[in-house]
Design a protein around this ligand. Structure first.
Ligand SMILES: C[S@@+](CC[C@H](N)C(=O)[O-])C[C@H]1O[C@@H](n2cnc3c(N)ncnc32)[C@H](O)[C@@H]1O
Length: 380
């Protein structure tokens, strides 16, 4: 495939989109090279959207809408490739091949993809990353593909619906149970990328469930089977790679009142059910200040450092009443106040504007809500 020629056509479409031309006009100006004109246009649009996930690299890569939505962010792809480093790995649902290219940097890698256009995009992306991979088109669950795969480790990041009531193996493609049933005839070292919101009881295979946080947000849930598993449940924070597992010593702490410092806990730890292990590993001396479905806050007088905790100094506690909070903020020379409690997204700015009304100071505070109290704090 001629990377340069295809890239030139995508760039041409991108330039016209950026100049504000309508799709019909752009479609007249571009040529179908390896892809339909519709796909060239889609790939150009995706380069704009991809900037958030891929930064400057987005300008060179090839995605369709779905391929981009589910493509692995570089920091996660790099970590996963390190963790699964082996002689040879097969990514049997490789999409546009972002994770696959990162695998290929460290291991001999082969990709399988059912969608013809995505096979081509994955090949182009591998060229952009400068890695050598074989990518074959077909159904990973077919005999034909199964017979072609010879690898020490199998990886599958299945496609899923954008939204659904309940995440199950049955609505993942290819279905992880079927992948396991088939490929465990070759190797027990099989790993999956599952939807992070999938309930534990829906994970129908044994193995280590690794909740992956990217910049303090739950981003992925990997399942490592066979010898790839090192424990039952773990949480990893990226980019720091700090790790907590169910084997770390557990310490249960009770509820208590605010001390000098407030710690916001990365929700990844809560999803993974590893709060007692985090507390144990840090020898955390303090209390749970607040917990709801979205947020757990701890408090202590001691200083702890962890990528799973965001630390704040408690500056002032007052009644949770907008005008009272506003009055306190004025006294504290505030300019801004970020709200760190559960509110309807459409209410956020209405409330924030009330709380920030007339602020003329310089400082930026964070407001937490604990029962009927507001905790005005500052990152520390
Ligand atoms: C979530 S995407 C993979 C994203 C990829 N890990 C990345 O980083 O770019 C899943 C892909 O699996 C492909 N797929 C679904 N069922 C498949 C099957 N039975 N065989 C091969 N590929 C399949 C879909 O077409 C889709 O492109």
């Amino acid at each position: 495939m001629d990377l340069e020629k295809i890239d030139k056509e995508v760039r041409k479409a991108l330039k016209l989109i950026r100049k504000g031309y309508q799709k019909d006009y752009i479609m007249e100006k571009i040529k179908p090279i390896e892809f339909s004109k519709e796909k060239v246009y889609e790939m150009a649009k995706c380069r704009i959207k991809a900037k958030e996930k891929f930064g400057e690299m987005a300008e060179k890569l090839f995605f369709d809408e779905e391929g981009l939505r589910y493509s692995t962010p570089p920091i996660v792809a790099e970590y996963r490739a390190k963790r699964l480093k082996c002689k040879s790995i097969a990514d049997i649902s490789c999409g546009v091949g972002i994770q696959l290219s990162y695998f290929a940097k460290l291991s001999k890698a082969i990709g399988v993809e059912i969608d013809e256009d995505r096979v081509k995009m994955a090949k182009l992306n591998a060229m952009v990353f400068g890695v050598d991979v074989e990518i074959i088109q077909g159904d990973a669950l077919s005999n034909e593909i199964f017979e072609k795969i010879d690898a020490d480790c199998i990886f599958s990041d299945p496609s899923r619906k954008e939204k659904e009531e309940k995440r199950t193996f049955e609505t993942l493609f290819p279905n992880p149970s079927k992948v396991y049933e088939l490929y465990s005839k070759k190797t027990g070292n099989i790993a999956f990328e599952l939807p992070p919101q999938m309930k534990r009881e829906e994970i129908k295979l044994q193995g280590e469930k690794e909740y992956t946080s990217l910049n303090f947000r739950l981003n992925r849930l990997a399942l490592y089977c066979g010898d790839l598993a090192t424990c039952n449940i773990s949480a990893i924070s990226l980019p720091s790679e700090e790790r907590i597992t169910n084997e770390d010593e557990k310490i249960e702490i009770g509820k208590g009142e605010a001390m000098d410092l407030l710690y916001e806990v990365d929700n990844t730890i809560i999803k993974a059910n590893l709060l007692p292990n985090l507390v144990g590993k840090l020898s955390f001396n303090g209390y749970i200040l607040h917990e709801d479905k979205k947020r757990v806050l701890l408090t202590s007088s001691n200083d702890y450092k962890s990528a799973f905790l965001r630390k704040y100094e408690i500056i002032k506690i007052c009644r949770f009443n907008f005008s009272e909070i506003n009055k306190e903020l004025k006294k504290l020379n505030a300019k801004k106040a970020t709200l760190r409690f559960s509110i309807e997204p459409k209410e956020y700015w209405k409330i924030r504007n009330k709380i920030e009304e007339g602020l003329k100071g310089e400082k930026h505070y964070y407001i937490f809500k604990v029962n009927d109290l507001a905790i005005i704090s500052s990152p520390s």
